[in-house]
Design a protein. Structure first.
Length: 176
C-alpha cells in the first residue's frame, strides 16, 4: 500500500460530482487499499476518492481508526454508496475534514441512515448506521457529490472558518 496525495480546499477536484464505478477489479481494490492507508496516516476516520484526486464514487471509512490497537480497526470500503433512507431526527456533530486541515464546525446531520453500496468483493450490501458512523457516511457521500461540510454552514460561519484556514496555512508556511 502507498500513501496518496491529499487534495485540500479550494482544489477544484473537491467540487466535482463523481462517476459511478462499473466494475470491481484488482486495480480498484488496490486503489481502495491506498485510500485506506492514506486515511490512517492522516489520522482520519473517512476518506472519499475526490480527496485523493479521483472522481469515482468510492469511500473508505473506519469509525475507530486506533493507532494503539490495530485490531480495533474496523475498515469499510464502500463503492457507489447511496443513502436510501434517513431518519427524521437530526443531530449536530463537530466535524472536521482532511481537506480543510485543523478546522472544525458543528454540522446538522440525520441521526440514522441506511446506505446501499458495493463492497470490496463486488457484492451489493446495505447498512443501517447511527451515531458516529452515520455522520461519517453522510460526510463522505457528500464529497462524492462535490459537497463539503462547510456548505452546510451559514455564510458567516463558513467565511470565519475559511479565514481561520487561511491563517492556519500562513502559520504553517512561517514555521517551515
Amino acid at each position: 500500500m502507498s500513501v496518496l496525495k491529499l487534495y485540500e480546499y479550494p482544489d477544484e477536484v473537491l467540487r466535482q460530482k463523481c462517476d459511478k464505478i462499473t466494475a470491481v477489479d484488482d486495480e480498484l481494490r488496490h486503489f481502495l487499499d491506498d485510500m485506506l492507508e492514506t486515511m490512517y496516516v492522516d489520522k482520519g476516520c473517512g476518506l472519499a476518492a475526490p480527496q485523493v484526486g479521483c472522481t469515482k464514487r468510492m469511500i473508505v471509512v473506519d469509525p475507530n481508526p486506533s493507532d494503539e490497537d490495530l485490531s480495533a480497526r474496523r475498515p469499510m470500503y464502500l463503492i457507489n454508496p447511496e443513502i436510501i433512507w434517513h431518519s427524521e431526527e437530526t443531530v449536530f456533530f463537530n466535524e472536521g475534514c482532511l481537506s480543510l486541515p485543523d478546522q472544525r464546525a458543528d454540522v446538522e446531520r440525520f441521526e440514522k441512515v441506511r446506505v446501499r453500496y458495493i463492497d470490496y468483493n463486488g457484492i451489493e450490501r446495505e447498512i443501517l448506521a447511527d451515531d458516529l458512523l452515520a455522520i461519517i457516511l453522510q460526510h463522505e457521500i457528500d464529497h462524492l457529490d462535490g459537497i463539503l461540510y462547510i456548505d452546510h454552514l451559514s455564510r458567516l460561519k463558513r467565511t470565519r472558518l475559511l479565514h481561520k484556514l487561511e491563517k492556519y496555512r500562513e502559520d504553517c508556511k512561517r514555521n517551515k
